[in-house]
Structure formats: C-alpha cells, structure tokens
Design a protein. Sequence first.
Length: 382
Amino acid sequence: MSLSIPLSLPDITQAEIDAVLDVLRVSTLASGPRVEELERLCAKTAGRQHGVAVSSGTAGLHTALLAAGIKPGDEVITTPFSSVASTNCILYLDAKPVFVDIDPKTLNMDVGKVAGAITPKTRAVVAVEAFGHPGGMIELEQIAQQHELPLIEDACDGFGGGTGNRAIGSFGRAGVFGFGPNRQVTTGEGGMIVTDDDMFAATCRSLRNQGWDENWLTHQRLGYNYRLSEINAALGVAQVSRLEEIIANRRRVAQEYIERLMTNRHLILPTVRDDIRMSWFVFVVRLNDLFEPGDRETVIKELGDQGIGGGHYYPPIHLQPYVMQKLGTKAGDYPVTEYVSARTLALPFFTQMTGRDVERVCTVLEAVLEKTSRGGNSRFTV
C-alpha cells in the first residue's frame, strides 16, 4: 500500500533540478567543474584540505583502505553494528575484519575494548559513526595515534555534524561521506573522501580513475572506475549550498520526536550529549525489554497498515551468513550489538515532516506499543 508518511524522502528543490539541467546543457558530463566544486565544499565542511569525490561511500571506504596500504592478511578493527559496507571494504582487500562490540549509548565501538583487540597484525581502524553520532571519535583517534595505526573515519551517516570543535570527517587519516538517496545531503549515489594528507589524496584520485597519474593513459597502479559524474556532483553542490537549512529541519524533526516520546515507557531514545552536534541521518529508537525481539516486526507491520513507514537498522554484521562462513563468527560473540540490533526501530524521518506528521506517527506508535508490550527488565543500561 502507499504510505501517507514514508520512512524517508529526499529534500529536492527547484535549485537542485536547475543545477542538474544546467549540466545537461553543456558537453562536460564527467570530471568537470561541478565535481571540483563539490570536493571543495565537502572539504571545507569537514575542516579538511582535500576532497576526493567518488561514486559511493562504499567506493570511498575501499579507496581509503587501499591508499592506507591495507594488504591481504592484515587485520582491521571495526564495528559489527553498521552498514555491511564497512566490513565489505575490508574483505575486498582479503584483509580480516576484527570486530569490537559497541557502547549501548553511542552505538559506536566501545572505546574501552579497542586496545585489547589490537594485535601485531593490526594495520588500521575503521571507525563508524552509527546514525551520524560521533561519540567516542576523539578517544578512538587517540588510541589509533598511540598505536601508530591509520584511522579511517566512516562518516557516511554524519555529514554536517560534529563534536566539540571538531567536524565529522575531520578525524584520523581520512573521513568518508556517503551521499545516497536518504542521506542528509544526496547526490543520488555518491561519496567523498576528505583528508589533510597531500599524498593520500593524490593516491585516492589515481585509484578512483583506473590508476592514472598526471599523464594521459599512464597507469601507475591498479585502479577502479569510482568517478562521480557532473550530474551527481551538480545535485550535491546544490544540496551542500542548502546544508544549514537541511540540517536545521532535520534537527527540528528529531527534537519534536524527542519531546513527544521522551516519557514513553516502551522506548529508549537516542542519547546525545550537549557537546554533540547531530546532523541526524535517521531517527532510530529502541524497544525496551517489555518486548521480545520478534515484536518489532509486528510493530513495523502495524505502522505500515496505518500508512506509516518503519524499519530497522542494522542487522549484526557478524551474523550475516557470508561473514559467518568467512570469519567463523557466531551468535553471542558481540552481545551488546545483538541485543541493540534486535530492538532498533526507525521512524519516518525527512526534512519536510511537519509537527502534525510527527504527532500522527507518535500517536499511532504509542497505541501499537501498548497493544504489543509484554514486560521485562533492560539488560544494558543507557
């Protein structure tokens, strides 16, 4: 059925439409001025010196790990609670993902467990900011520095956010943004690597373009076709030019949800400290122990029956069938991830949502929760 309040919608205005049409009126459709402008804008947003546009966030992570020198057999520390792309990019290189369980507040890697996962084979850390939350990034950067490991910041969920005086994307050797359809800023499909390292940026530019160097059709290394088109970049430039407006609207919707649901006895809301500046990729709550894990699907179905979108993020990566086969992981290995993942509930979230939309979602949700809840006690404090 058609949803009256979908889970997500891109924020596309006439400015984005005009920007794309302008590209179609000229002859340069790839590797032109719009790509360069988007790179400049994204680097500035992240407080970095260089931006390298790529075809997706996944392509950006893969390219960044290649530029960091990751080789077959190397170990890379990362989280089991993320889009599977953060693990896939390690496996692309025949390297080994080493998972660290998450903090139940930030939903990022538990910084107290990272040092214990480092071995003589560890060559990098891929730190994911779940749902755009940068909690723990300062500490993860310090741990990586202490052990002389490159930190690759998977900032795909967090464009425009920050913590303290640091922007998301500014941590470690490089940050990687994703610009898919439901991101804060979209290019349709696309991504961006940001870094302060001149050589790293040059290597990434070569890798995204079949390994070419400055000389036409001279290939210094094995490369990939990870280029971003001028059409995608034009859309992105128009979006980044509206970044303050977009983020303000997303923060408004998130705050309306928080104020409306903060006293609900069935839900655990996102934990955001005062020094955290969320740009809000999605709005994800968690069902508490008044529910069994299977109840979530009932809640999502009943929301859908009333025209309201719902979903869940993220299934534990270590329990994906191919990851279990490849790494030998199993249920129980990362209990906080498994517990949290089984109870996440994504609510409709997009910039055009009105207060009336939020109220309708919350009213229907509360009625469904009352009908579905059972009783229990929380295993993990937040």
